[in-house]
Write a protein that binds this ligand. Sequence first.
Ligand code: DC
Length: 211
Amino acid sequence: MVIAIDGPAGSGKSTIAKELSRRLGIYYLNTGSFYRAYTLSAIERGIDPEDREKVYDNAKTISITVKDGLICIDGKCVEDKLHTPQVDSYASQVSSDPRIREMVNSSVRKLAEGLDIVTEGRDTTTVIFPDADLKFYFDADPEVRAERRAKDQPELDKEAILKAILERDRMDREKKTGALKIADGAIVLDTTLLTINEVCEKVIKAVKSTC
Ligand code: DC
């Protein structure tokens, strides 16, 4: 079974997907981590993350894998380096290259083969798994999304987080390939006023009704 969750930054995708994975005993796969890893690798190698060709050339030379649910570059776990403000600000740009999107999509599909998984990230319901057993689109007010991010990154200014979220929303919606949008057949959930438990219960109810 594939449960795919799409939606903008801070809509609750990761939190809910992880919790669903725990409650349902299925694998969790965060597709955004792959774009973050390609971005991180470029930055660590002194490549300008805005230089499309160099970022792509670098992407072809590295291997991104998942070990025990953690992202590795060439076998080395980098999970704790994927959420810095620098990676945050360039990952959307890196993810706008269709060649890199193809690399990520094929890795994700390969990893998911034969597994029961919950996967999340923009375009998981539209491009990677359009035939997923269940598709969700989470949304929430931008201010609430910024507050959630601020809780995860208390060292950052809330206003700056909100500005960055709005800018990323714009870039993710305007992408030529893999743009953020609601897939046909997706269940739309506004998580603004819902607790983690309430969202999980709604998803699990939908899962049970498809089994
Ligand atoms: O979900 P996230 O914030 O970790 O994703 C990092 C970036 O990658 C973000 O700008 C959206 C982009 N992304 C994407 O384009 N397609 C996906 N399937 C997942 C993430």
